[in-house]
Design a protein. Sequence first.
Length: 342
Amino acid sequence: MKKEKFTYEKSGVNINAANKFVKFISSISSNNKGKKKFNNIGGFGSISSIPKNIKKPKIVACTDGVGTKVEIANLLKKFDTIGIDLVAMSVNDLIVQGAKPLLFLDYISINKIDLKKLKSIIKGIVRGCKIAKCELVGGETAEMPDTYTKGKFDIAGFAVGVVDEKKILNKKKIKKDNLIMAIPSSGVHSNGYSLVRYILKKKKINLVKNNFLKKEILKPTKIYVNEVLKLIDNNLINGCANITGGGLPDNIKRVIPNGLVANIDLNKIKVKKIFKWLKMNKIKDSEMLKTFNCGVGFCIIIDPKNSNKINKFFDKEFKPYIIGKISSGKNKVKLNGKINWS
């Protein structure tokens, strides 16, 4: 009787395919390397230098994923922008404390290595790193056939940045009478997709055939790094907040010091079409605000004297506008008025 030969590949894991993917990552990420950069892809750990022009460097680290937006990517078989989302979700958190992104690592777990799909995802990650001006220094790809069903995958990202101790944005810099400015989002970004998918399922919407939704729902998250860091370099902001899970109220509350309140005029929010469509599906205003960014992707808190100096740093689509003011009080956030969904 012939004995069966057990191999890792028979269990569902293809090491050779994984090695080919690593070589591909190395080939496309090397385009972003300067003469003094280390060749990190494929090693056990990554090595990076801290910029010499920072006198008292402090390291800031963030991690995040893109949630069930990966399911939309799977449904539409479009994977070239989900990597931009992944980078955005971490680097947009880094800049809240004034940190400049230095490096990024990714983690991709998948049912079975599909080189075409993985190459498309990684191209998006490299593109996101290029926009954020940081380096993809490594990551991990895990083939897990018993954990994920056929075609399923998940991604996570890890970003590290650096900030001079004197330039750290903290709550102490936010003062009474400071203005709150909203920077528009590019769309849904990467939060609230379980509710989006629930609506699509309940209304039996064929996303593939709906051109409006197909375009809007996979729009990549806006990366705010370059604009916000320029504002910080020019000492034009006292604080900021990345509007992600929990929406505008929960995220801006995180940066407001005790004894102060962010008074937000909801009527001033410029709502994008995708959120008007979502609102049409019998979602309460309070639910919209805590689930989606509703058009506000990022907030900056500034001294009123700097209000006329902000817009020159932004393209037309993302020019900030005033939605509120800081005052004395409790509870940190007060929402006034109603969002105009029309």
